[in-house]
Design a protein around this ligand. Structure first.
Ligand SMILES: [Zn+2]
Length: 187
């Protein structure tokens, strides 16, 4: 099960750590915190501290610490998702998980981003290729005058935009056959 971030956030906000811990540990007030005997190690000193405002526990002897979800995980020896679900049940928090449709939409979005990156890469290659081809003679002469060697240009992926405003678009649409909306999205 893929828990939605909203569910996890709500559980973390609403699960009252003092409430949860005090069912298992006798807590006594100590300043702003509560102290008790740590349920996670053998010991008789009240080394276990609960900060109710920050919803955070810490044992000064064995070093464990965390929030209400982590307390339940340690105590019941269960996984993160199970602990969140147990707390959601206890506090009547609605559980949202990613539906198959949501996951599919997310995958589509990712692959679209990948395609756009690919188009940008193709565009960079196109300009570099133009610099090295006969049409880029004027650019190469200019770069030579500026003292930039061929290796430097290669290294920094310096390209040349040939005359005409649509050379790249034509290249991407007609030679590489990318769909027009995607090329547009890539800018
Ligand atoms: Zn401890």
């Amino acid at each position: 099960m893929n828990l939605d971030a909203r569910t996890i956030d709500e559980v973390r906000q609403r699960a009252d750590l003092y409430d949860i811990v005090s069912e298992r540990v006798v807590l006594k007030r100590s300043g702003k915190d509560f102290r008790g005997i740590c349920p996670f190690h053998e010991g008789k000193s009240p080394s276990f501290s609960v900060n109710p405002t920050r919803n955070f526990y810490k044992c000064f002897s064995c070093g464990v610490g965390g929030d209400s979800v982590s307390f339940i995980m340690r105590l019941e020896k269960i996984a993160f998702t199970e602990a969140v679900l147990a707390l959601a049940r206890r506090y009547n928090i609605p559980v949202h998980s990613h539906s198959p449709e949501e996951r599919a939409a997310y995958t589509r979005k990712l692959s679209r981003e990948q395609q756009i990156l690919e188009i940008l890469e193709q565009a960079a290659q196109f300009y570099q290729h133009a610099r090295q081809s006969p049409i880029g003679q004027v650019a190469r002469e200019y770069l030579q005058r500026r003292g930039l060697s061929d290796e430097t240009c290669q290294h920094f992926a310096i390209g040349y935009a040939p005359p005409g405003w649509n050379a790249l678009t034509t290249h991407l649409l007609e030679r590489k056959r990318y769909p027009a909306p995607l090329v547009e999205a890539a800018g």
